[in-house]
Design a protein around this ligand. Structure first.
Ligand code: SIN
Length: 484
């Protein structure tokens, strides 16, 4: 299916101006068709410096607005995203590949952060603390950090921007985002919504530029007080080292390698529904999607046969087509990783019950990988140790709760974990024993604006979403008042 859309030639957004009209450009490719769907200018160091200058000047104004005023701007921004939902969803599908129904869901998910933080910004309370002497009063003030820089990923081109931007703005910070080269058009559309909402110049900025240009410029800037990043653990580690020089505040939402455990007293329908929801969202390209399954022997056969039927029903194709459940992977590198994981598993003794081979599409070499079910998975397989980021379900049979917990925790990552049991006692023990920042008990879709999202161990630092999400953009100031 051809896209049949005029290419979108969009620009960077710096201090309230659309910039880069005369710069060299790069093309954005639809992974499902390999067509060029648009261009963006290659942002330069000067663009990033311009954004920092604009954001710093705007900070002095924005921080003095009342929380109520900032909330009103965010409310208008939310309205614009909702009004333009269909247009933005289509762009997400074109540049990311995810099915249109998921892209529509992502726009609503992205907007929900704006709505929620429009409210939460009004509830940034400090506190007073009883002092040990009559001559002193103690107050704790919460104030915005300053200019925030964000580096966002391609797997949720809209939601990973608003999950950072909305709390930053609500807290009184100003914001510069560098979206990825795969999905900058969605980011530019969000900037249009912010512009139409009347956000003052410099409050939000977007520069698409090579990673090293962006990180070097912001990491050496005293004005940029915070860096917030979603992406790989490898890049997160590098950013953390770089931010040490100026002791920059940093939040990292990094890789996951989520275990999903089905215990023999699970409600099998809930377990199947939760597995499908967790595993196949965005063709398995989410940081929290189930990567490896552990299924207890008493329920193993029934679970596998039901899951197999569900997986075989999934339709693979261009996300713009009706009824498509699984779009292409983002690019050839993503595809090659999935192939490597599946081939490694097969070589080490796994059995492909469904799928197991790529290129299921008429577009030559488009990175489609079919939903794949691998049985007899073992600890030594790549797919049980590393994040696959594809529609692959490897299952290892387990016998006991202890074995499930040991295998689940045997990972340097700690973002999300899932388990299915109808027993309150067993479920409570699992919740406490699993070393993960997000736990889904009988639930495969935990993400929501109201709750803290983030990982333990090498999955990151800090939380996004919920009241923790705004705290990440606030300084705590202690005020000691002598009244004698
Ligand atoms: C991610 O993959 O990093 C985000 C997924 C989500 O917000 O649910």
């Amino acid at each position: 299916m051809k896209t049949s859309t005029e290419p979108l030639n969009l620009l960077n957004y710096v201090n309230g101006e659309w910039t880069g009209k005369y710069s060299a450009t790069f093309s954005i490719i639809n992974p499902a068709t390999k067509e060029i769907i648009g261009t963006m200018p290659d942002g330069t160091k000067e663009d990033v410096l311009g954004a920092i200058e604009g954001a710093q000047a705007a900070f002095e104004i924005w921080r003095r607005f009342t929380a109520e005023d900032r909330s009103n701007y965010l409310e208008k921004f939310y309205q614009r995203i909702i009004e333009r939902k269909e247009e933005i969803a289509r762009i997400i599908t074109l540049e990311n590949g995810k099915p249109l129904k998921e892209a529509r869901g992502e726009v609503l998910y992205a907007a929900s952060f704006v709505k929620w933080y429009a409210e939460e910004g009004k509830r940034v309370y400090g506190k007073t603390i009883p002092s040990k002497s009559n001559g002193q009063r103690i107050q704790v003030l919460k104030q915005p950090l300053g200019v925030v820089a964000a580096i966002t990923p391609w797997n949720f081109p809209a939601a990973m921007i608003t999950r950072k931007m909305a709390p930053a703005l609500a807290a009184g910070c100003t914001f510069i985002v560098k979206p990825p080269k795969e999905t900058p058009l969605t980011a530019a559309k969000l900037m249009e919504c912010a512009d139409e909402a009347g956000l003052p110049s410099g409050v939000v900025n977007m520069v698409v530029t090579p990673d090293e240009v962006f990180s070097e410029t912001i990491q050496t800037s005293e004005e940029v007080r915070k860096l917030t990043f979603t992406g790989s653990t490898e890049v997160g580690r590098l950013l953390m080292k770089q931010s040490a020089d100026l002791i920059k505040n940093i939040s990292l939402e990094l890789g996951g390698q989520a275990p999903l455990i089905v215990l023999d007293d699970a409600d099998i329908e809930k377990a199947i529904e939760g597995t499908m929801a967790s595993k196949f969202r965005n063709a398995g390209q989410t940081c929290i999607c189930a990567n490896r399954l552990y299924v207890q022997s008493g329920i193993y056969d029934a679970f596998v046969s039901k899951l197999k039927v569900k997986i075989e029903e999934l339709q693979v194709g261009n996300g713009l087509e009706d009824n498509v459940d699984i779009g292409p992977l983002i690019n050839q590198a993503g595809y090659d990783k999935v192939v490597r994981h599946v081939e490694d598993a097969l070589k080490r003794g796994a059995k492909a019950e469904v799928g197991g081979k790529g290129y299921q599409n008429d577009v030559q070499d488009a990175p489609f990988y079919p939903p794949t079910l691998l049985l007899e998975a073992k600890e030594d397989m790549l797919c049980m140790k590393e994040e696959t980021f594809g529609p692959v379900v490897p299952i290892q049979k387990i016998e006991s709760d202890e074995e499930a917990i040991r295998l689940a925790n045997d990972s340097p990552f700690g973002l999300a974990a899932y388990y299915f049991t109808e027993s309150m006692a067993r479920g409570t023990k699992f919740a406490e024993a699993l070393d993960y920042g997000i736990i889904g008990w009988n639930h495969g879709a935990p993400s929501t604006a109201q709750a803290p999202f983030g990982g333990m161990k090498q999955s990151g630092l800090g939380r996004e979403g919920g009241s923790e999400g705004i705290e990440a953009f606030l300084e705590t100031k202690y005020l000691s008042i002598g009244i004698d």
